[in-house]
Design a protein around this ligand. Structure first.
Ligand code: SF4
Ligand code: SF4
Length: 145
């Protein structure tokens, strides 16, 4: 099910030129009603449920039905992001709420570890993949010479 905006929570990103959901949507689906200062998904059938707008909305105004493999029976899910984790609130149709919190970083906010701390590939023309052969516990990956 596509994402949908809860108009009671949406504040139109406080009149910024482009709202966060407009900025992030890869399908350019979100539009802002500048009179009401409310955003809406203009073509729900084109929404591929990537969750980008759901995650970026600063006031948790965008909801989406979770995929059945992690949220059964059509519950809707709302994320709350912090600097190092994300907490999903799952609301089932009978009103039951469940919350799950997951870490989202392995480094401090604003920092990155190139190549995840692994040794970068020394030869871009090599046939073996990064971290091979060590990651395969092999001494050598056999390739076509
Ligand atoms: Fe409204 Fe959230 Fe979109 Fe901002 S990001 S316009 S608050 S739905
Ligand atoms: Fe766009 Fe993805 Fe949000 Fe759908 S879920 S409206 S495709 S950002």
């Amino acid at each position: 099910m596509p994402s949908f905006v809860n108009p009671e929570k949406c504040d139109g990103c406080k009149a910024l030129d482009k709202t966060a959901c407009q900025y992030i949507c890869p399908n350019d689906l979100m539009v802002l009603d500048k009179d009401a200062m409310k955003a809406w998904n203009r073509e729900p059938e084109m929404c591929w449920e990537c969750y980008s707008c759901v995650k970026i909305c600063p006031v948790q105004a965008i909801e989406v039905r979770g995929y059945a493999d992690f949220v059964p029976m059509g519950a809707n899910v709302t994320p709350m992001r912090s600097t190092d984790s994300i907490m999903w609130t799952v609301k089932f149709r009978n009103g039951m709420l469940k919350r799950f919190k997951f870490p989202i970083r392995t480094t401090a906010e604003g920092q990155a570890q190139p190549a995840g701390g692994y040794k970068p590939h020394e030869d871009l023309n090599s046939q073996v993949l990064a971290q091979e052969p060590e990651a395969l516990n092999m001494s050598e990956v056999y390739t076509i010479k």
